[in-house]
Write a protein that binds this ligand. Sequence first.
Ligand code: RIB
Length: 311
Amino acid sequence: MKVLCFGSLNIDYTYQVEHFVQKGETISSTALQVFSGGKGLNQSIALAKAGVEVYHAGAVGKDGTFLLGQLKEAGVHTGHVRVLEDVPTGHAIIQNDKNGENCILLFGGANQEITEGQVDQVLSQFQAGDCLLVQNEVNQMPYLLQRAHSMGLKIALNPSPMDEKIWELPLGLVDYFILNEIEAGQLLGAGEDPQGAAADGGVSLLENGEKTAELLHRKYPSAAIVLTLGEHGSVFFHQENCIRQKKYDVQAVDTTAAGDTFTGYFLGTLFQGGSEQEAMDRAAKASAIAVTRNGASPSIPALEEVLAFGK
Ligand code: RIB
């Protein structure tokens, strides 16, 4: 089975700040670092580090060719990434505060220049039984999902960043949703507040992750649900199988790409024959390590580090 990650490649400008800038406020950052990022690139690298053969598809401008080097260094195939002449590479402006929390402003750039022709050309290299992993940072997503499903590929969706374009997707075709509690709440129509009442009448999404995952599975019955819950760990739900995974406690310095690391390690472990339990545990360990390091893709740990974690 081959894994195709069709997704964003970004240059991340990460500013260290005391607190996130408020409306009307001007603040100074204490440091600026430039990292390779993009949810697509991060997830490809996490998959590769987890031990899976992964092919990345997407687009960069000429200013972003160094991102291909980062992918290759991690063992990701980059032959399906187009380098565009007149469009800048996508970028992210990230504020990282003293608690390691972040907020992110995206500029799509080349990530929004995917064509139907590129989708067709890339998918022609894959076949039934392969897996397509996508996020929500490139265009042509509805077409990509429809075509991949019609060819018999499995589809894993990390619906992040969540915006109105998600509702244009054929969500019923998804085989794995990997998402956080805010995204789950939005898919369930429970609003943006994860502390608020969920669709089942008054149960907090965070307090009752199992229930939230079950509700989502009921809404999308062909899909397995992998729900991350921050401090409350994570939950896997598929049919009658519900797994609760604890969070590993670490001192966070930068949470950027923690979710991407979780996604890559979860799928990577599963695709190598690991059980769902093993995949959840390895993903939790990998993302715990990632938050102790600065940056997006540079924070993603190697498999040996994940296996040694906590021993
Ligand atoms: O998930 C983290 C990523 O989100 C960053 O690398 C940034 O580029 C944005 O895509």
